[in-house]
Design a protein around this ligand. Sequence first.
Ligand code: CCH
Length: 295
Amino acid sequence: EHKIAKRSANWQVNYKSTISNSEWDQIKSEIQPLVTQGYGPILVRLAWHDAGSYNASSNNGGPHATMRFSPVGNYSANNGLSVARALLDPIKANHPLISFADLWSYAAAIAITNSGGPIITFRPGRNDAVDSTDSLTPDGRLPNADLGADHLRSIFYRMGFNDQEIVILSGGHNLGNCHMNNSGYAGPWTSSPNTFGNEFYIRLNSDFFNTYKNVTLSSGKSQFNDSSNAMMLPTDVSLVQDATFQGFVKAYAASKDAFFRDFKVAFEKLMELGVGPGLGSPVETKFGVATTGQS
Ligand code: CCH
């Protein structure tokens, strides 16, 4: 009956009206220390893996926090994300009215916005799966880093993205690191993994195969490293091996402004896969700026 109540036609309307502007600002202020302590990248990965379960043709999956339950939480693609969930759980406990899916998405938008990236617009209203069978999606919906361009296309086309959006969203790797224990890969993509910029594309675009060498790690995984051990995954490298992808890599290496403009749109689309229309009006994501307009 709880499940039916959550999924009623008025769910989003009721939900939106329950959290005041000042409570949204309080939630943001509780997320702020996580970002300043360097957890922004893993918060972005959490929200992306939640939303990236979406299948456009069957309109299932998407950001409904199914990772709180087995089996989704235990899919190998989600290794390490329990850390991010545990960081946000106390904030959820302080603000029971926000859905987990909104909290994860809001934290990601806040992380990008306040790490030098474009201002990401966040709109609330995602509902949560209520148990392990609700909104359950099969394993294998997220990309496998060992593979190449054909695989990226099949995964991202399924979510409803095109070739340009694949290259744009791959720019999420301007942030963060690979961790041997999570993925078998290791290292950061850029020289400043807590700052969002377009360095990922600049690196892919500058004489890549002379600058980076293929290395095999103790995990058995192969990645590409430069002399300072900045890394690229096989899937990242496919962005310069495929001529169509490469054209977009060049454009975003040449213009950070173009990348920021396009990343904002694509990331907002990712965060809203299968959940609009009916989302609330935007909630402020910038530190130190108050939310206005949300009712
Ligand atoms: Fe990613 N990503 N990602 N990624 N990702 C990893 C880490 C991050 C792939 C594989 C990996 C996106 C797309 C892809 C982030 C954001 C995005 C890791 C290392 C692997 C492997 C995990 C570990 O070891 O901890 C593959 C394949 C794709 C194919 O497209 C997209 C899209 C986004 C967001 C827009 C971020 C951020 C991280 C860093 C997490 C951290 O803990 O630092």
